[in-house]
Design a protein around this ligand. Sequence first.
Ligand SMILES: [Zn+2]
Length: 271
Amino acid sequence: MPELPEVETTKRGVKPYLENQTFESIKVRNKNLRIPFNTKLKNKILDSKIKQVSRRAKYITIDFTNGFSVVIHLGMTGNLRVSKQSRFLKHDHIIFSLSSANNLIFNDVRRFGLVYIYRTKDGFYLLDNNGPDPFEQEATKTYLFNKISKSNASIKSILLNHTIISGIGNIYASEILFKTNISPFKEGKDLSEYECNEILKASRLILNKAIKAGGTTLNDYFNADAKPGYFKIQLNVYDRAGQPCKACNSELVRVVQSNRSTYFCKSCQKI
Ligand SMILES: [Zn+2]
């Protein structure tokens, strides 16, 4: 499933092909995504210059000079690619033809992703529900500390709660807590402002590593038949239950918290 690093890499991959271009036409082969593509507004974004391509949490937004935007979420299996070809692959659902004669193509096997047009100033509710991701200026130690200082939820669940902090998936949550020596069971209210800062620092470090790992695949975004793959950083704890901790050699364990697997080291990450 695409996580923040994959989404950031996708954004970086497609951005140079989009900015200052216009969409000349949009071909909809299947509009039934997680939220149906709003075909009725299609004409609103045609022939208007693309001003900006950005990312918030796991959403990519394309802003046009005429005050409209498109938001794209990759869901479980979605991807975007740019191609000159006019022959399309299975599961290519929405195809934007650019003034440069390239196509921006949204492909999604399971269709949990979405492509949706909205008025920029009105915002889009799913986007607005997200707390800042660790790279955003709002994501300060004070913000996180205040947000969780009364919470009985475990820090592991908090990291997966996108209304507090967005863009941290299950794999990265385990890795971040291991990096900071914080127990995944520690409750929000027991975390210090210092620990909140350590968590944010570790989040940026780990996500950046993954973004860098994806940098080498950027060429794939302009490739007629290849779909960009996803990438993994070297993991210290995730999926390593029973194996030795890289820091202390103790056996790593797996537990289930809120129906999600957590991997950690009992010796390094004490409550
Ligand atoms: Zn350890």
